[in-house]
Design a protein around this ligand. Sequence first.
Ligand SMILES: C[S@@+](CC[C@H](N)C(=O)[O-])C[C@H]1O[C@@H](n2cnc3c(N)ncnc32)[C@H](O)[C@@H]1O
Length: 208
Amino acid sequence: MRRFLLLVHRVPVDGEFTLNDLAGSGGRMDEVASVVGAAFVVSNALRRDTSLTLLLLQDPTRARRIRMEGARLKFLNPDERSTAALLKNALVRTWTRPEVEMETTPGIFVGPSGSLEEELRAFAALPGTCWATEEGSPLRASPLGPTGEAGIVLSDPWDPSVEERAVLERLGLPKIALGPRSLRASQCVVVLQNEMDLREAASSSSSP
Ligand SMILES: C[S@@+](CC[C@H](N)C(=O)[O-])C[C@H]1O[C@@H](n2cnc3c(N)ncnc32)[C@H](O)[C@@H]1O
């Protein structure tokens, strides 16, 4: 299973943004939608072995979690605007009952987020969890992938805050770097999925 967790800092937690201004009042929802596409969409298919958790932290008192499960996912198209619409509708429809988790469309679960520490601790409880950061060790030397279990934490256009970094450091997640350049989060997900594809293909061709 491939798991991703994205820290989302400025997307309005109530879903009140216009699809015509995803990069502005949408708090860079365009990039979040792009991460969703990079995680799940391949040519004419969806990756069923992937899940993506979006932690919406714009309002810390009402932080929300969107969990997307590739195995059940429907109605996801390749373009950012329709993905943003899917997520916006999920947030808006559940806003009257933000305290319970609901499956708004197949494979999309919206619910309250625990504290950042609780969420990250739960995410990191499964094997193979790392933090993607420019300061990490080289991806190619990391054990990511061949076991089939991987979890990667990354951040949206804004790096983790001091408090968020402190939680990540406290959990002791191995840090991986994807190269010498600072990339967009969606580009990181493309690189990571490709690296895991290559490792899986190599390990299945070498197994008897
Ligand atoms: C757009 S970057 C954040 C801003 C970036 N640090 C900058 O200086 O513009 C979004 C996230 O992608 C991940 N990331 C970007 N480049 C990376 C790299 N070379 N290696 C590992 N992770 C990277 C990190 O999780 C980062 O927080």
